[in-house]
Design a protein around this ligand. Structure first.
Ligand code: C5P
Length: 245
């Protein structure tokens, strides 16, 4: 079976409060987030194919950003899972159901090549696929429902949520990407799960779980951060510069 990357890059990144989608913000001199992510993926698995999912009216993309000669392009949907499903539909016309697909957020440029290799090795031995992840290290708080929050401080306007209780972090993991599954299995699971409760499907593994599958957790470096908020971009720049030093 062949290997494929499926990279959803059709988000608008509104939480970045930037003038353009976050995947087009400058990350390192001469390269935006999308270029850095694709370059790392290509270096890790030069033999893998690529399906890139882009917004239908994306004015920032240029084919020169893609380090593949031949690659597939799909049009994104309104939510991340819709974009991934569009990519899987496109891939299914070019790939086999038992090909391994690694879905990777374009907004995670700091993923390490060694972790991608470990993921592929585990996913090839697993019937239910595998994902990169890390055990939770912070203490996890459940916030009280909004109506239960009490005013804090002097002003009535300050209505920060209060704590309902502390969740046990034993056995809790942060899910990263890439997430790797056989193409046919992932496509069926995502389609089914989106038809039932799309709000619960925030990654690929959650669609598999909804079908009773149990993907494997592959422990990865914690610096595989997702650029979501403005401060994340500064952190990603520092991380990548430190690796080059
Ligand atoms: O916004 P967020 O960081 O959760 O997006 C995760 C990934 O999903 C990003 O790579 C983003 O470009 C992609 N995405 C997409 N289509 C959407 C929403 C997000 O491809 N409609």
């Amino acid at each position: 079976p062949r290997l494929w990357y499926l990279v959803p890059a059709a988000g608008v990144g509104s939480r970045m409060q930037a003038d353009r989608p976050k995947q087009y913000l400058e990350l390192s001199p001469g390269g935006c987030v999308l270029e850095a992510t694709l370059a790392t993926l290509k270096r890790a698995l030069p033999e893998a194919g690529l399906c890139l999912v882009l917004g239908a009216d994306d004015d920032y993309f240029s084919p020169s950003m893609v380090p593949w000669q031949d690659w597939l392009r799909a049009d994104g949907g309104s939510e991340r899972a819709d974009s991934v499903l569009a990519g899987l539909d496109c891939l299914s016309r070019h790939a086999h159901d038992d090909d391994l697909v690694l879905v990777h957020d374009v907004a995670r440029p700091c993923v390490r090549e060694a972790d991608i290799h470990a993921l592929v090795a585990t996913a090839r031995r697993s019937a239910d696929g595998a994902i990169l992840a890390a055990p939770a290290s912070d203490t996890m708080k459940r916030a009280a429902p909004a109506g239960d929050s009490r005013p804090h401080g002097d002003g009535d306007e300050e209505r920060a949520p209060s704590i309902a209780h502390t969740e046990s972090r034993v056995g809790l993991w942060h899910a990263f990407t890439p997430q790797a599954f056989p193409l046919g299995l992932l496509r069926r699971a995502l389609r089914e799960a989106l038809g039932e409760n799309p709000a619960l499907i925030t990654d690929e593994a959650s669609a598999l779980e909804a079908c009773g599958r149990a993907p494997v957790l592959v422990a990865a470096a914690r610096d595989n951060l997702k650029i979501t908020h403005p401060e994340d971009l500064a952190m990603a720049r520092l991380l990548l510069a430190a690796r080059e030093a």
